[in-house]
Design a protein around this ligand. Structure first.
Ligand SMILES: Nc1ncnc2c1ncn2[C@@H]1O[C@H](COP(=O)(O)OP(=O)(O)OP(=O)(O)O)[C@@H](O)[C@H]1O
Length: 298
C-alpha cells in the first residue's frame, strides 16, 4: 500500500513549465530517490507533495489525503534546500521552537543526541559547520515524529566525511520506520541509500527503477580497451556477432558491443595469437546510466 501516489503532476511558474508530467508511488518504509539535473523540477515536485505548492494538474495522495490537508502537517516532515534560521538562534532554541509547532513532538533532547548535536545546544546557527546545519535541519524535519520525511539536497555542500555521516543517519532514520523521499543529484548517494529512484529531466520522469535496475537497463552496451601485441585487422573483431564497433586511438583499440563481449574479443585474439596488453573493461555505473538517460547536458 503506497504512502504517496503522484499521478500526472503538472506545475508551471508563469511561462516556465517546472513539472510537465510526473507520476510515481512511494511505498511505506522505503527510501525513494528523486534524481535529476539542475532545474529538472525535483524541488517543485516534492514541494507539491509536501503541500507547499499547489499543482496546476494531476493528483497527489499522501497517506490517503490531499497534500494540503492540515492533518498531514504532523505526518510529513520537510527539510528543504537552504533552510535558513536566524543567525543568532541557538540549536536548542530552534529545536524547542519547532517542537512547539506540534501537539505531540519528539523529545528534542533525544533527537539532538541521536543527531550528534547534544554538545552544540547553545551554539548559534551562524556558528555551526555545514554538516551541523544539515543535522539540525534533519532534526527539525523529524521533530514532529513524522511518518514521511522529505529531504531535499541533503548533502550538498558537505565534505565527503560529513556526507557519509549523514548517510548513516538517514539509514538509521529509515530503520526507525520513517519513509523517506530524498531529492539528490549525487549518484553515489542515490546508489547507496535509495531503494528506488525516479530520474526526472525537463519536468518528466524518464526512468523509475532500483539503482541496479537503472544500471542494467543501460548497460547492455559494454566497452573494452586494449593494446594488441601485433597488428590486428578490425574486420576480424567485427566478424564476431557480439562486437558492434571498433575504434582506434593510436595503438589502443576500443571495442563496444553486447553479450559476452570479453569472451568474443579474447577468442578472436587467441585464434590469431595476439595478446591484449593493458586490457580494460568499462562497466557502466549509475553515473553512466544517468548521463544516458538525461543526455550529456545532465
Ligand atoms: N519560484 C519560482 N518561480 C519561477 N520559476 C521557478 C521557481 N522555482 C523554480 N523555478 C523554475 O522551475 C524549473 C524547475 O525548478 P526546480 O527547482 O523544481 O528544479 P530542481 O530539479 O529542483 O533543480 P535544482 O537541482 O537546481 O534545485 C527551473 O527552470 C526553475 O528555474
Amino acid at each position: 500500500m503506497p504512502v504517496i501516489e503522484v499521478q500526472n503532476l503538472r506545475k508551471r511558474y508563469g511561462d516556465t513549465v517546472a513539472v510537465r508530467d510526473v507520476s510515481f508511488t512511494v511505498e511505506r518504509g522505503e527510501i525513494f530517490g528523486i534524481l535529476g539535473p539542475n532545474g529538472a523540477g525535483k524541488t517543485t515536485a516534492v514541494e507539491c507533495v509536501a503541500g507547499l505548492r499547489v499543482p496546476d494538474g494531476g493528483t497527489i495522495d499522501v497517506l490517503g489525503r490531499e497534500p494540503r490537508d492540515r492533518s498531514l502537517r504532523r505526518a510529513v516532515g520537510v527539510q528543504l534546500q537552504e533552510s535558513q534560521l536566524p543567525d543568532k538562534m541557538t540549536v536548542q532554541e530552534a529545536l524547542q521552537l519547532y517542537a512547539s509547532f506540534y501537539p505531540d513532538p519528539a523529545d528534542w533532547r533525544a533527537l539532538a543526541r541521536e543527531l550528534g548535536l547534544a554538545d552544540q545546544l547553545r551554539t548559534r546557527y551562524a556558528k555551526l559547520s555545514g554538516g551541523r546545519k544539515q543535522r539540525l535541519s534533519i532534526a527539525l524535519a523529524l521533530i514532529g515524529n513524522p511518518e514521511i520525511a522529505v529531504l531535499d539536497e541533503l548533502t550538498t555542500g558537505l565534505d565527503p566525511q560529513a556526507r557519509r555521516d549523514t548517510w548513516d543517519l538517514i539509514e538509521s532514520v529509515r530503520r526507525s520506520g520513517v519513509t523517506i523521499v530524498l531529492v539528490t543529484h549525487f549518484m553515489e548517494e542515490a546508489e547507496r541509500l535509495c531503494d528506488r529512484l525516479a530520474v526526472i529531466d525537463h519536468g518528466e520522469v524518464v526512468a523509475l527503477d532500483t539503482p541496479a535496475g537503472l544500471v542494467d537497463a543501460v548497460s547492455a552496451e559494454q566497452r573494452i580497451w586494449f593494446r594488441p601485441s601485433a597488428p590486428l585487422d578490425d574486420a576480424l573483431l567485427l566478424a564476431a556477432p557480439e562486437v558492434a564497433t571498433v575504434v582506434r586511438h593510436g595503438q589502443q583499440v576500443e571495442v563496444t558491443g553486447s553479450g559476452n563481449l570479453l569472451h568474443a574479443v579474447t577468442s578472436v585474439l587467441a585464434t590469431h595469437r595476439i595478446i591484449a596488453n593493458d586490457l580494460r573493461i568499462e562497466q557502466p555505473g549509475l553515473d553512466e546510466a544517468f548521463v544516458r538517460l538525461v543526455g550529456k547536458d545532465g
